[in-house]
Design a binder for this molecule. Structure first.
Ligand SMILES: Nc1ncnc2c1ncn2[C@@H]1O[C@H](COP(=O)(O)OP(=O)(O)O)[C@@H](O)[C@H]1O
Ligand SMILES: CC(=O)N[C@@H](CCC(=O)OP(=O)(O)O)C(=O)O
Length: 305
């Protein structure tokens, strides 16, 4: 009896997802997978299951990954110190070699391998491949003074053909956030790279997975989570934000201003946070929308029957 009830509950849960499945079928979702959200092997497996689920559910997921902590660990092993300014790694030519090796040669390969344990879906690419990302040197100011970030790039051009081709072939592109430039290879923050890609492929959503519930209004007390904010409200908050949240929220702003209807910051430590966000009305994390009000309810596919 009990197991029959459990089975019915499972069936009901599946049916509740139907309107959301209908709404997002065939839609492209760019997921930024942050290095902090990858450190726990069990959560990594949940992430991979979620991505593969999206693919089987008829969405077109694209993964853009970071790897900040993994780069730090490798630099530590080599005895190379590294500093951050405005949430970005000051990148010397020597550091750039390590960034590229860790992101393209290690983190990308690990994610591709984990996804492909579920089927021949993932294809790893670097932002350098087929001119996917072209960058120019990024300028930054800290406390009103200019800071030389070295080989840190700002994406100035995206050629998303390679990503579209992979998606059309039913694959899951897994993209490392390095870019080509006239001056050599550049280090691009993965949030920024994900936003640029989301805009260029007309994604329906940008999802940024990290290690906090979302954007707090009262950081570091972390008692007041902002569940929804418009591009205008976010723009006004940006000068007050600190550390890793700066590139993340700038990326959300860039995405919605570039035509992506919704950008979300979700907690990668919560199992299945992506499925909860996409297929339920739970309203987890922080959602950024353009000025206009977005419907939060799914389209009623049975309307008129
Ligand atoms: N207002 C804020 N709300 C939430 N987190 C914040 C805020 N300001 C700074 N942070 C910090 O930003 C961190 C996330 O950025 P980061 O460490 O770069 O993550 P990731 O590796 O996922 O890109 C959080 O762990 C938190 O410590
Ligand atoms: C310029 C810059 O800061 N690049 C990042 C690239 C990796 C990244 O963005 O990783 P997370 O998403 O895990 O933070 C870095 O060197 O750490």
């Amino acid at each position: 009896m009990n197991s029959r009830k459990q089975a019915l509950d499972k069936a009901n849960t599946l049916i509740e997802a139907l309107p959301w499945l209908s709404r997002f079928h065939g839609k492209t979702v760019v997921v930024k997978y942050g290095g902090n959200a990858m450190t726990d092997p069990a959560l990594r497996e949940r992430f991979v299951e979620n991505i593969v689920f999206l693919r089987y559910a008829g969405l077109r997921p694209v993964v853009v990954h970071g790897g900040g902590p993994q780069i730090n660990a490798h630099l530590d092993r080599l005895g190379v110190s590294s500093t951050f300014a405005a949430g970005l790694r000051v990148t010397t030519p020597e550091t750039m070699d390590v960034v590229r090796m860790v992101l393209v040669g290690q983190v990308n390969r690990d994610i591709v391998g984990l996804i492909n344990a579920h089927g021949p879906f993932a294809v790893g690419i670097s932002g350098e491949d087929a001119h996917l990302f072209t960058a120019e040197r990024k300028s930054a100011w800290v406390d009103g003074a200019p800071v030389d970030l070295g080989r840190v790039g700002e994406v100035v051009d995206v050629q998303p053909g390679v990503v579209r081709t992979l998606l059309d072939d039913g694959r899951i592109p897994v993209v490392s956030s390095v870019a080509r430039s006239d001056e050599g290879v550049f280090n691009v923050n993965a949030d920024t790279a994900a936003a640029a890609l989301a805009v260029s492929i007309d994604a329906s959503k940008l999802v940024v997975l990290t290690d906090v519930e979302g954007l707090y209004a009262d950081y570091p007390a972390c008692e007041e989570l902002i569940s929804r904010l418009t591009a205008g409200e976010l723009e006004a908050m940006l000068p007050e934000l600190s550390s890793g949240m700066v590139p993340k929220m700038e990326a959300c702003l860039q995405a919605v201003c570039g035509g992506v209807p919704q950008a979300h910051v979700l907690d990668g430590r919560t199992p299945h946070s992506m499925l909860l966000e996409i297929f339920t009305n739970e309203g987890i994390g922080t959602m950024v929308v353009a000025e206009a009000e977005e419907p939060t309810e799914p389209v009623d596919i049975f309307e008129g029957e």
